[in-house]
Ligand binder design. Structure first.
Ligand SMILES: *Cc1c(COP(=O)(O)O)cnc(C)c1O
Length: 353
């Protein structure tokens, strides 16, 4: 750190992304990427011509992609905001709407407190109930910026749509941001509620269910006025926030909806299989609607299991926070990868015994 850094940033504790190691080929079950490639039509959309065209700026209005997404969700293009990964949108949300403070669960996406700190937003981390579900009552009539991941991460657990609606309805003076990064794996989206509530912003990403984590593409669906706020910040920071290649691949992705829905069904099937196998091995597995499961063994501590798996070429995500340190978050890979994972876990447990 230099002595020139603004004081407010000196104490900032940056977000730690999951490992992206280059030392060997791991079975990577640690950052919730898709084990599948993008649809063949998406891969084919990238041509030498498209690369040559990189000399030109991208379309700052992202018109084509916006219209495609608007068509998919039956909303107006003015209800859609596009960004360089959905993290950008979450960042903008804290920047734009944090003046009265923010609320989110104690166990959720670790980036929220970082954004709050970055923008000097006061925040409260409200404890999940003992079963790791979100306590709806904590979020009613609060009139602060509310950010909820649904399904939640790293638990994978969903909140009822009726509970979400009650939170939105009882906080009319503040935006409610619902981060639906994992909704395609069995959750129910609340985006139709944007018709009814002007304080709802639904945040989505192409990184998980759309197999495009490295392309960096996220979007939000919300009332036109909220979208206009985000646009204002975008045009004040980085108008060309989405590169031409990603925009192109994003459009091809929306056109290949069937392919992605099939891959999501496959992930759900393998998730159920993996959870059942882990339960047979004595694990507690939280009920997941995401492309990962959150599990703890009564026989080996969370951190030890993480290290033993890593030694054997399998990466999962371990968090050190007190309440969840016995757990690991395991991304669902292909059926073959998960079979290898389960067999390896069984071996490790046997060696322990
Ligand atoms: C992965 C993830 C995101 C961010 O994804 P981007 O790659 O930035 O689009 C946002 N929220 C949650 C809860 C996530 O897990």
């Amino acid at each position: 750190m230099s002595r020139f850094l603004k004081e407010q940033y000196q104490k900032l504790e940056a977000y730690t992304p999951g490992e992206q190691p280059r030392d060997m080929a791991y079975i990577k079950l640690n950052t919730n990427e898709s084990p599948f490639p993008p649809a063949p039509s998406v891969v084919a959309a990238m041509t030498a011509r498209q690369v040559e065209d990189l000399r030109l700026y991208s379309d700052p209005t992202a018109k084509g992609l916006r219209e495609k997404l608007a068509g998919l969700y039956q909303v107006a293009p003015e209800n859609i905001f596009l960004s360089n990964g959905s993290d950008d949108i979450l960042n903008f949300a804290f920047m734009a709407w944090g003046q009265k403070g923010a609320l989110f669960p104690d166990i959720t996406y670790g980036f929220y407190p970082v954004f709050a700190e970055l923008h000097g937003v006061e925040y409260l981390e409200l404890p999940l109930k003992s079963d790791f579900s979100i306590n709806k009552e904590d979020y009613l009539y609060r009139n602060k910026l509310i950010v909820i991941t649904n399904p939640n991460a790293p638990t994978g657990m969903s909140m009822d749509l009726s509970a979400i609606e009650e939170i939105i309805r009882t906080n009319p003076e503040s935006p409610v941001v619902i981060d639906e990064a994992y909704v395609d794996f069995g959750g129910i989206s609340c985006y139709p509620l944007i018709e009814k509530y002007e304080n709802l912003l639904v945040v989505r990403t192409f990184s998980k269910s759309r197999c495009l984590a490295g392309g960096r593409l996220g979007y939000a669906i919300g009332a036109k006025e909220l979208i206009a706020d985000l646009e204002k910040i975008k045009y004040s920071t980085n108008p060309y926030n989405i590169n031409r290649l990603t925009m192109l691949l994003g459009e091809a992705t929306v056109d290949a909806e069937d392919y992605y829905q099939e891959k999501c069904r496959e992930i759900i099937r393998v998730r159920q299989q993996t959870a059942a196998r882990l339960r047979e091995l004595g694990f507690t597995v939280l009920p997941s609607d995401a492309n990962f499961i959150f599990a703890k063994s009564g026989r080996i501590c969370g951190e030890k299991l993480y290290f033993e798996l890593k030694k054997r070429g399998i990466l999962v995500r371990h968090f050190t926070k007190e309440r969840i340190r016995e757990f690991n978050r395991i991304t669902i890979g292909t059926e073959a990868q998960m079979e290898k994972f389960c067999n390896t876990v069984a071996e490790i447990l046997e060696e322990q015994a």
